[in-house]
Ligand binder design. Structure first.
Ligand code: AMP
Ligand code: GLY
Length: 420
């Protein structure tokens, strides 16, 4: 079959790498893709937010299956446009994508089905939000309701910080995303990510992971999109995962179906775990980036079969075949990230890296310039390895990192510390 993946990051490179290993894939196009993806698949220029253009492209290229990587096209309704045109798509509808696109929507779904999560208030005006903060005190969490590229959440340790966040949000700092604000109880515990496929009726757990959000070693410095990840996450034991499934994911999926917006695609539940009890922090309606890279490293070719079963409503009969293995990815970012960084620095040493089912350097933000691979984003490479233990995966990944010649970039040296 002919497959189209929408997106251009390390997540999409990992999806493409897994899909290419499956004999069902005759032809793979990634739009827009990047320089690393271009080494294994065809890349095409396409505005993934333009539904009509994507439908046209699929017609012209006889595409049989579309995998949507990022949240923005999902929230804009790309899956609906493609399904209306008769295409088979992996990714939720615009209505179901509200689980990521609106924090107030998700809190309301959780409340309707009693899924454990932080207590909250939902505000459309600053005075009521300020009064709520004064009544509850700090620590407290202030969130812009809409999509804010991962920047719309302020975990305020003092009341003053929380009040300032409310002023910023209603003052327009996050644009339309901040026109409504959710204020949550601060939850303590350890965070982990739980990935589940849902076909509108049935659910299938496909893996767990832990991210490293802070830019510096020892979880210091500002927040980022993620500096590294590993799978599985020990804190998400089978017992905790089964509580998360029964108390959080299944009731929410049933509630979505009951409201006439069945969820179809991968659901990424960010959980806070304390004393063996998971509570929902947030949902994302896509694979995590860089969590996808470690999941694909472990799932390999079966990832395509699972996504097809999900899109075609066959999850009740689907199974995940687990190897007893571990995967870890180290993000290499451009110097200065997550603040200002330069683009265009040359990355050397990539050709000499081992790339096989145990070692892969996924590209997140690269471009080809005059025959050389150059950095074209903040997060640039995802150096990923698999091993019999997490320690083995870690040492393989850093052995690859050490062979990359890129003075314009840096990485954390402690990815995996919490589990090791
Ligand atoms: P979100 O975008 O909702 O995942 O929030 C970003 C990060 O803020 C999460 O990964 C958590 O580290 C933190 N966070 C969000 N909500 C809470 C909460 N209610 N209590 C504690 N930390 C939170
Ligand atoms: N790594 C976090 C995310 O993809 O949202």
């Amino acid at each position: 079959m002919n497959i189209l993946i929408l997106g251009s990051g390390g997540r999409e490179h990992a999806l493409a790498w897994a899909v290419m290993q499956n004999p069902k894939c005759d032809k793979l196009i990634v739009a827009p893709g990047n320089a690393g993806i271009a080494q294994i698949a065809e890349c095409a220029t396409l505005d993934v937010l333009n539904g009509a253009a994507v439908v046209n492209f699929c017609d012209e290229n006889a595409i049989d299956f579309i995998i949507v990587g990022p949240e923005a096209p999902l929230a804009a309704g790309i899956s609906d446009r493609l399904r209306e045109a008769g295409f088979n798509v992996f990714g939720p509808s615009k209505a179901a994508a509200q689980l990521e696109a609106s924090k107030a929507f998700t809190k309301e779904i959780c409340a309707a089905c009693d899924a454990p999560t932080a207590g909250y208030g939902h505000f459309t005006d600053a005075d009521a939000a300020r009064a709520h903060i004064k009544a509850h005190g700090a620590p407290i969490v202030v969130k812009a309701d809409g999509l804010a590229a991962g920047k719309g959440v302020i975990v305020a340790m003092t009341e003053a910080e929380a009040l300032a966040a409310v002023d910023d949000m209603f003052g327009g700092e996050f644009g339309a995303a901040g026109a409504e604000v959710v204020i949550e109880e601060f939850m303590e515990g350890e965070e982990a990510s739980f990935f589940v496929l849902c076909d509108g009726k049935d659910v299938l757990a496909i893996g767990t992971a832990q991210d490293h959000k802070r830019v510096g070693d020892g979880d210091t410095g500002p927040n980022t999109g993620g500096m590294g990840a590993y799978s599985p996450a020990p804190v998400l034991s089978d017992a905790v995962a089964s509580l998360a499934m029964e108390q959080i994911v299944k009731p929410c999926m049933d509630e979505m179906a009951r409201r006439g917006m069945p969820y179809q695609g991968v659901l990424y539940a960010g959980l806070m775990i304390k004393d063996g009890q998971p509570r929902l922090v947030e949902y994302n309606v896509r694979f995590g980036d860089p969590e996808c890279q470690v999941l694909m490293m472990r799932l390999g070719a079966q990832a395509l079969d699972l996504m097809l079963a999900c899109a075609e409503g066959r999850l009740a009969d689907a199974q995940v075949h687990w190897a007893d293995d571990h995967a870890l990815t180290v993000v290499m970012a451009a110097n200065g990230y997550p603040g200002d960084y330069a683009k265009g620095s040359v990355i050397g040493g990539l050709d000499a890296l081992p790339e096989d089912s145990f070692n892969m350097c996924f590209h997140a933000g690269t471009a080809l310039q005059d025959g050389k691979i150059v950095a074209s984003g903040g997060r640039v490479l995802n150096v990923t390895a698999r091993g019999a233990s997490l320690a083995e995966a870690q040492s393989r990944a850093y052995a690859m990192v050490d062979r990359i010649d890129w003075p314009g970039g840096f990485c954390r040296r402690d990815i995996g510390w919490r589990a090791l």
